[in-house]
Design a protein around this ligand. Structure first.
Ligand code: AOF
Ligand code: ZN
Length: 369
């Protein structure tokens, strides 16, 4: 309908780049087309893929440990179906998108394209393979955001579709699609949990004082810390922190699930009930991978944080800056302090302002994203 305003049209499609993706652990080599990923650039494929990403995010709370995935079914410029992976154990994004297609539109499927932010699965998990469903519904084309790193899929879904004569385009908004599920990607690609480090510091770089508890966070940043705990499956401190501070590591200032508490270090005295203990970072990470724990929050102390940094076994970090300097404290000179860890291969990617406090968000330069 013309309401007198000038119609806005999509920007012209930029030139496509040929990209060849090699799939780890799979002899398949997939030749793909990749589109530029600017916010408004990239043409129609990027436009619909962006909608997939938007839908996928609805699964943030309940999809895990499965990835967040969105799917859109399009016929001649009209979206005839949409869906996302709502909850682990239930239907995948493609199943929900195809189920949402109205009966009177079913005949259009043969001319339709299905957009999915993650490669359609090819395995029997808790649900049957999505690739089989797409084939049986007779879709013409499938546009995939990124490859599923899960060992049982890893390119096999795409291969299955191509073998059935469906035209498949891979790698549309690939970086955004991978970033959305960076924890899932890291877990499957690196065979270890996604590791988040967290500490608080004074203006002059002190994170602790020997023999006492130094409180740096305020009520609001403490809520954020507890929220962060709910977003991880496991939480860890070193042996010294457990013995000196006796932390509970549970969620009190937010609502959500308590992560599994873990202590790192040998010869732990009085391991609290329900805690796990591992002697080294390597033992810990491989055991968590075996147990299917995808996310680990490391809350200290300094030696433990430094060990993860030195081994390069971390993905992102949150550093809260307190509003005071330890040196200004009259007792400042008489107490032995613990200084912040020393970074390596780290890039500061954002600052979060919380009621006047600054929380720096850092990323490890080797992290999946
Ligand atoms: C898709 N679409 O929406 C999702 C996929 O146990 P299942 O059957 O739920 O399978 C879980 C695996 O399926 C998960 O590890 C990941 O590889 C893939 N997730 N695949 O085609 C989806 N969520
Ligand atoms: Zn699936």
């Amino acid at each position: 309908m013309n309401n007198g305003k000038k119609a806005t049209s999509l920007p012209p499609r930029k030139e496509e780049k040929d990209v060849t993706l090699f799939i780890k652990g799979n002899a398949n080599q997939l030749s793909t087309k990749s589109l530029p990923s600017g916010r408004f650039g990239g043409g129609l494929d990027s436009f619909y893929m962006r909608r997939c990403l938007q839908l996928a995010r609805n699964g943030q709370q309940n999809a895990q440990p499965n990835p967040m995935v969105g799917a859109v079914v399009v016929c001649n410029g009209r979206i005839i179906g949409e869906g996302y992976h709502v909850r682990c154990g239930e239907g995948h994004a493609e199943v929900n998108a195809l189920a949402s297609v109205k009966q009177e539109d079913e005949h259009l499927l043969k001319e339709s394209t299905i957009y999915v932010s993650l490669e359609p699965c090819s395995h029997y998990g808790k649900t049957p393979p999505c690739a089989d469903l797409i084939i049986s519904k007779g879709l013409k084309r499938c546009v995939v955001g990124c490859i599923d790193p899960f060992a049982q899929v890893q390119g096999r879904g795409i291969q299955k579709l191509r073998d059935a004569g469906i035209e498949v385009t891979v790698g549309v908004l690939a970086e955004e699609c991978q970033a959305l599920n960076k924890r899932f990607m890291t877990f499957h690609q690196q065979k270890r949990p996604f590791v988040t480090l967290k500490w608080a510091r004074t203006q002059d770089g002190v994170m602790g004082v020997k023999g006492e508890r130094l409180i740096i966070s305020n009520t609001y940043t403490q809520m954020l810390c507890h929220k962060r705990r709910t977003e991880h499956q496991a939480i860890l401190v070193g042996r010294k922190t457990l013995e000196e501070d006796a932390p509970t590591l549970n969620v009190r200032a937010w609502i959500g699930k308590n992560p599994q508490p873990i202590v790192l270090g040998s010869h732990v005295k009085n391991l609290p009930q329900g805690w796990w203990s591992f002697p080294t970072v390597e033992d810990l990470l491989s055991a968590l991978y075996e147990k299917g724990v995808q996310t680990l929050l490391v809350e200290g102390g300094r030696t433990t944080l430094q060990a993860f940094i030195d081994k390069g076994m971390w993905d992102e970090a949150f550093v809260e800056w307190g509003d005071f300097s330890w040196a200004e404290n009259p007792e400042g000179k008489t107490r032995e302090t613990v200084k912040v860890p020393v970074w390596r291969d780290a890039e500061r990617i954002a600052d979060e302002r919380v009621m006047g406090r600054n929380i720096e968000h850092w990323k490890h330069l080797s992290t999946t994203e």
